[in-house]
Each structure stands twice: as C-alpha cells, then as structure tokens.
Design a protein around this ligand. Sequence first.
Ligand SMILES: [Zn+2]
Ligand SMILES: [Zn+2]
Length: 262
Amino acid sequence: MRICVLGSGSRGNAVYVGAGPCHLLIDAGFSPRQLQLRLAPLGVGLGDLTAVCLTHEHADHARSALALNRRFGVALYANAGTIDGLGPAAADAPWHVFSTGFPFRIGEVTVEPFSVSHDALDPVGFALAWEETRVGVALDLGMATQLTRERLRGAHALVVESNHDEGLLLQAPRPWTLKQRIRSHQGHLSNRETAALLEEVAGPQLRQVFLAHLSEECNSEGLALDSARQALTACGCGHTAVAATRADRPSDVWTAWALAAG
Ligand SMILES: [Zn+2]
Ligand SMILES: [Zn+2]
C-alpha cells in the first residue's frame, strides 16, 4: 500500500491510497487538473482511479467528486448525509451509498467509515485495511472522541488533522464567531489536541503520521511538527516519522514496504 497526501488545507484536500490494482482517493477537494498534476508522479491518471470516498460535503473535500465520475467514470462513495449536503446537483449521480459505522469493500481494500465530530451532515473518518497494512484518515474533526481514537489505534500510517496553534488562533485578526467555530467540538483540531490524540493511539507499529489541514494563518509547519514529535517521543514512538502536509503541493509517498525495513 502507498499513501500520498495530494494536498491538504482549507483550499483543498485529497489523499491518494494505492493498494495493488486499486487506486482510491479520500476526498477530491482540488480541481481535476490539479488532481491530475499531483497524481502524475505516482504514475496514476484520473482515468485509473477506482473510486473517491468522501469524508463530508464541504467544498474543500468534495469539489471535484461529481466531475471525476462524469468525465472519468470514477466510482463515488459517500453516506446519505454527505450526498444530501452536496445539494441537488449530486442527487442523480450514481452513488455507492455507505452507512457510517459499517465497513465495505472496494476491490481488496476494506474501508470502514466512522463518525467524527464536525459541522457537516454526517462527517466521517476512514480506517482502511489491505493485506497486513492499516491506515487511518481523520481530516476535519472538532474533537477526538473515544470512537475516533479506537478506529485510529493500531494503524501503520495516519493522516490526521493538526489545524491550528491555539495561541495564534486567539491572536488572529478573524471574527470571533469564526474563532469559536474553529475551536468548537465540531470545528477543527488544534496542535495540542492532535498531540493528545497521537499519544493515545500511537504504538510500535505506527510508522508514519501525516499532519493535515494546517491553517495558513494560525499555524506553522514547525509548531505542528514539534508538537506531534514531542507527543510521539513521550509515548515511546520516537521511531514514527512525522510530515506536515500543504495545500499547494503533495507530500512524499509512504509505502507499506517500509514496514519490513523499519
Ligand atoms: Zn469540513
Ligand atoms: Zn476541511
């Protein structure tokens, strides 16, 4: 299995998960052109994509899902709440509708959608499994519930939001209502909250953490990385590699054969 965060932030989110012949996108929050450019180094074209699985209906996650289906025949997976949230244009698309909490298969990949706390109609994270490899993806979440922690535990690689530094958010020249939304249990995880989550779910098998959805105004790669690395070291997981992801370019690729090497 290989993972590449094609981009992440309030301007767009998409995570590539390759597993044998299966090429999945978790979210499609960039234009088809951008997705094509960012997939090219992986040797994957838009027409090669097997499916897009949506976490929720916000445009920075779902922007191009319908276009990928219409123009390239990519299968669409979402729950009924997300499809509703996308509005009338999505109603007639040929969705594969999943139920939150119930695992389903795409080819050889088992995909388990689990409920997360965020201000969308039925937002989810995904626990993915293929052969021996397990990956957890939790992109927009206001708090790490017990369920979230359980579903992310035991993963070899995690893509998890580390949105803001709490101090920088308070100082930022933003309307108080927006700050409250971000801080709320249905908003976005701070570096501190992400660190606490990592400390709880990390284990000896965890090889790679991608920090996602960093705020451009209220965070920095240095702050997010330091916070996550400190937490991982504190819980005996100093071996786990941590990378900050960006909206304007893809991450490095993580491959599961690193399991054997590491
Ligand atoms: Zn969102
Ligand atoms: Zn988002």
